[in-house]
Design a protein around this ligand. Structure first.
Ligand SMILES: [Zn+2]
Ligand SMILES: [Zn+2]
Length: 456
């Protein structure tokens, strides 16, 4: 689904910065050089007609301008948004890499002030270091280096939810987005228009967070990851997972549950604690550090005590000997969620010989990942060897993105005259969503990366 306009145009630098890549200044930006004559201009550097890789510039005729998110798509190879023009201020909706992966470049090259919730800022550091590590291991170029992380870290300005600040004559405010702790929607009042960007959002509650609530707005920029698709009923999907785990444990096996670090790991541990408190559950990977930061920001959580209780109940793996002990656990929850390296591969390699064990996937498995390969071919690269896996494998839909019906209802409740659908697959997901929104009377816009749109 790679579409035009989102491929990185990069210059390779020789020798000492062999793996480094930079944008070619002035040549890769698609952004117009002067402000719009009238109305509000929006321009997707990335994420307009694709999932992830987000960067949106909003500008009015007085040259008041902001950037919303600046991420990358962690595909193989990664995709990068177009080069950002100079922006004094950027708002980062949440701490997933497809929304903040390029922020170190931004802070270092444009000295941009970064705005987000406290928790997003706190988690950003480990997300950037992890991104840097992965790109070195996989030998993919990254347009920024570790020094740029330090610059970005000193550029954070943090905001509470529902507490406005000003940028010239615009009034900006963050609202809860659901999705993951700390995730925000941005509301902008420009004097002539109210604009709401959802970032990644979900109106349904999860174990960790309460769902997003509608905000009255003229223009809604909505993520359409799940356009055309509805989620299974949450309680039923949770139950299906819980029952399968219980079954695996009953027969004397260990359930290996690969999970993303930022959101999914904690959601799954809380679910297990709530329904199967008698089990022995071990947790490994970066999700441990994320949980600690989440607990330091209880204002972002639906039920802070539930996370604390679940976290003190599970066993956190912190050494090699812990890891070996975990092999005898009932359940192991570990990164990487897509079985691309990380401890989950190590566990799979040890657990794969006993058919009593099972592998329970908790998220989408992207192309070219170990998890996808396993689903399609029953084989997975383990430490360089393509290895057949005979274990029972199952997959669960624990998404914290709004499904089709939730998106349509949300747009209606926001009373948005115009709706811009982004963060959406332009061939499969966006057309049915656009159709449903049009039928409800919204003016629907379907942006392309690199092409500006004007809201009048
Ligand atoms: Zn996203
Ligand atoms: Zn996200």
């Amino acid at each position: 689904m790679e579409t035009g306009g989102c491929d990185p145009q990069v210059l390779l630098l020789p020798m000492n910065r062999l793996n480094m890549v930079v944008y070619a200044p002035g040549r890769t930006t698609t952004y117009p050089s002067s402000p719009p004559d009238k109305g509000l201009r929006y321009h997707y550097l990335g994420g307009g007609n694709e999932v992830g890789n987000v960067g949106i510039v909003l500008e009015d005729p007085s040259a008041n301008r902001l950037l919303l998110d600046y991420g990358l798509a962690p595909t193989k190879p990664p995709r990068y948004p177009d080069e950002a023009p100079y922006v004094s201020d950027a708002i980062i909706t949440h701490s997933h890499i497809d929304h903040l992966g390029m922020v170190p470049w931004l802070a270092s090259n444009h000295n941009t002030k970064l705005h987000a919730t406290e928790l997003t800022a706190a988690i950003s550091e480990m997300m950037w270091y992890d991104c840097h590590k992965v790109s070195s291991i996989e030998r993919y170029p990254l347009p920024w280096d570790k020094r740029d992380i330090d610059i970005a870290l000193s550029a954070w300005n943090t905001h509470k939810f529902n507490s406005a600040w000003e940028q010239n004559d615009w009034k900006l405010e963050l609202h809860r987005a659901g999705h993951i702790p700390g995730a925000a929607m941005l509301h902008v009042e420009t004097g002539t228009k109210k604009v709401l960007f959802t970032g990644d959002f979900d109106t349904r509650d999860s174990q960790l967070v309460s769902g997003a609530k509608p905000v009255k707005t003229d223009v809604l920029f909505v993520e359409g990851t799940y356009g055309g698709r509805d989620h299974p009923v949450k309680e039923e999907e949770n139950l299906r997972f819980i029952e399968r785990v219980a079954e695996v444990v009953q027969r004397g096996g260990t359930a290996l549950v690969p999970a993303f670090a930022n959101g999914r790991t904690q959601d799954v541990v809380m679910l297990l604690h709530k329904h199967l408190p008698h089990l022995d559950v071990h947790v490994d990977g970066m999700g441990k550090r994320v949980a600690k930061l989440q607990m330091e920001h209880p204002e972002t959580l639906r039920d802070p005590k539930a996370l604390e209780d679940a976290w003190s109940w599970c066993r956190r793996v912190s050494s090699k000997s812990d890891r070996k002990k975990a092999l005898a656990a009932d359940v192991i929850v570990s990164t990487s969620g897509m079985l691309d390296g990380g401890p989950s591969i190590w566990y799979l390699n040890r657990l794969r010989h006993d058919p009593k064990n099972a592998l329970l996937l908790t998220g989408y498995q992207a192309r070219n990942t170990g998890g996808r390969r396993l689903l399609e071919e029953n084989r997975i690269p383990i430490f360089g060897n393509l290895t057949p896996i005979d274990l029972e494998i199952d997959q669960y839909s624990f998404s914290t993105h709004a499904g089709h019906s939730e998106i349509v209802q949300f747009a209606k409740d926001c009373e948005a005259e115009d709706v811009v659908i982004y963060h959406s697959d332009p061939t499969m997901a966006r057309p049915p969503l656009a159709k449903a929104l049009e039928e409800n009377g919204h003016n629907v816009h379907v942006p392309e990366n690199g092409i500006s749109g004007i809201l009048e």
